[in-house]
Design a protein around this ligand. Sequence first.
Ligand code: MG
Length: 480
Amino acid sequence: MVGQAPPYHLAEEVANQAFNMVEKLIISISGVRGIVGENLTPSIAADYGSAFGTFLKKSHSGGKKKLSVCIGRDSRDSGQTLKSSVAGGLCGVGIDVVDLGLVTTPSVAIMVKELGCSGGVIITASHNPVQYNGIKLLLSNSIAPSPDKAERVKQYFIDKDFAYVDSTNCGKITSNEQADTNHIKRILSIVDKEVISAKKFKVALDSVNGAGGRITKKLLSELGCKVSAINDEPTGLFAHTPEPTRENVKELCDVVKTNRTDIGFAQDPDADRLAIVDEAGTYIGEEYTLVLAAKYIFDKKAGKAATNLSTSRMINDIVDKAGGKVIRTAVGEANVAQAMLENNCVIGGEGNGGVIDLRVSPVRDSLVGIALVLQLMAETGKSITQLVSEIGSYYMTKNKFNAESGQARKILDLAKKTFSDAKLDTTDGCRFDFNDGWLHLRTSNTEPVMRIMVEAKDQQAAQKYIDAVATICTKVLDHQ
Ligand code: MG
């Protein structure tokens, strides 16, 4: 299987360029991301806070109530500095700030609703290495801004067009330490605590010294689990490359085997993604996280699920069997969350281990994944190995290659001709569905590259599609 290259090459390249720092930050719909001290500095963070605050004020003009934003950070050392800077930028335009401290990304989403805030900010670079950090934005519905709204925030930021207030109208900063409690309460409301507790599950947990350790241990304790936790201190000193992929969670696999636990859970630093290790100590792959959660939901009732076009077909197998429907969206958490709200979906998420249950929040949440999977195990009495074998498997490969926008367009056009017999979805690049698999070709939102995902019933079937795309790419990229 071809490994996926880390998504931060562009940032590394541009960090070496000494001009026009603002332009070289990665600014996307979910916020900004950069290298601390190089292109992500306290002044940039303050400006971004002011830009977001200005956007909120202009969006809520006419309202009498003073606006507030809650803010949290993952465990990176740089988080404290950037959080203070963003908070200062927000207060400077007259927005009150509620400081949630060191919390998970989904905890912030829950507190936005709980506190009736107009927005939320999370200081996190998710699974990227420690030298990175980012500023992620949520609106009052706990979803990232839509592309047009994100563009307005970006414009205020680039133009330094800030609605600063005078000394009597600055925002105030208060602290709130209720995020863990509220988050756990929401999680416990979607599962049967007694049923899970009765099983006395042994659980291994790797929180990569991110924000997830403290709250996840509390949740597992509430669920009567005996926990073998590693890397559970929020030091921000990541014990391994933080993305919870197969090659990075070997220590967790060993803990599962040594301590004979029923399951192993691996989180990323802001705890919105979850990977699972079965009771034999085998990493089963992040694609199974959403599928197992969906299996629990759809074993009970039919309904709709939403996921992006690059996520495994396994979820269709589960949902189709229950008489439900899968809605496919463009890649990006906000797109999935929006589709879930519009279609009243009972579950959703992405194949990178991100599970969304709207009863908790519209944000990917590793704690939701943990709770639903434990409930599934408790109710069925089956092990993860058994559950995974019932679901079945496909061969999936992910890759990316350099392509400028003109080349990408030509590749997509040629692919449409080559795969004219397939069912085509052009919501985000081109997804071609065949009887024995599918192929998704799309351009990246942050880099001049194309991503290719192929899934088929076996490697041989997948190779047929990979080879066909390689032929198309050779034609386009070699004849410029
Ligand atoms: Mg994350």
